[in-house]
Design a protein around this ligand. Structure first.
Ligand code: ZN
Length: 205
């Protein structure tokens, strides 16, 4: 009997301590953070929080090679010279010349011109007047961000998460009346538009 009590005490004590230890080790529940992030785009002030958060998330993905990890020669074989210059060598098309600069379809998806991964929906696009297609948001997880310190500036480069192809840059806090106050400034050459696929993707999800 005394033995049973003793073993119960031993057994019980870690149980009492355990929740306290766990709460120290585990940061605040991520589910609560996600709820805040989801509602953030509607609130301009929190929009900047949302932006910096998604930046730090995707910068971790920079460590690993993209899933579509084709060699330079393989890309040269499937891309035309201008696509190769922009997607694989981080070039920029001249402003106002791109196929999708003044392209505002009601429904559809812009996919990566390199690997075909869906990147933006037509509903993400807005008129920025900057000379390149502009999107205030992307399909979740489709676009990765990296710090770009070229040309003596600190900018945020955006690439296709799936193949690492260069899309353009993202700018925030410019005051556009969009839910995120972000502008994904994307080369048309990096994109391919498919009409109506947005509806299909929605039905699947
Ligand atoms: Zn891609």
């Amino acid at each position: 009997m005394r033995l049973l009590q003793a073993s119960l005490r031993i057994f019980a004590s870690p149980l009492i301590r355990f929740p306290a230890v766990r709460s120290q080790l585990i940061p605040p529940p991520t589910s609560a953070t996600k709820v805040i992030l989801k509602s953030a785009p509607a609130i301009p002030f929190l929009g900047s929080f949302f932006s910096s958060r998604s930046q730090s998330e995707s910068q971790t993905s920079k460590m690993a090679p993209p899933p579509d990890n084709r060699s330079e020669d393989e890309w040269r074989a499937v891309l035309n010279p201008e696509q190769f210059r922009i997607l694989r060598q981080k070039g920029t098309e001249r402003p106002g010349t791109g196929e999708y600069d003044s392209h505002y379809p009601s429904q559809g998806v812009y996919t990566c011109a390199g690997c075909n991964a869906p990147l933006y929906k037509s509903t993400h696009k807005f008129k920025s007047g900057c000379g390149w297609p502009a999107y205030f948001d992307s399909i979740p997880g489709a676009v990765a961000r990296h710090t770009d310190s070229s040309f003596g500036m600190e900018r945020t480069e955006i690439t296709c998460t799936n193949c690492g192809g260069h899309l353009g840059h993202v700018f925030k806090g410019e005051g556009y009346p969009t839910p995120t106050d972000e502008r994904h400034c994307v080369n048309s050459i990096s994109l391919k538009f498919t009409e109506g696929e947005g509806g299909g993707a929605k039905a699947k999800a």
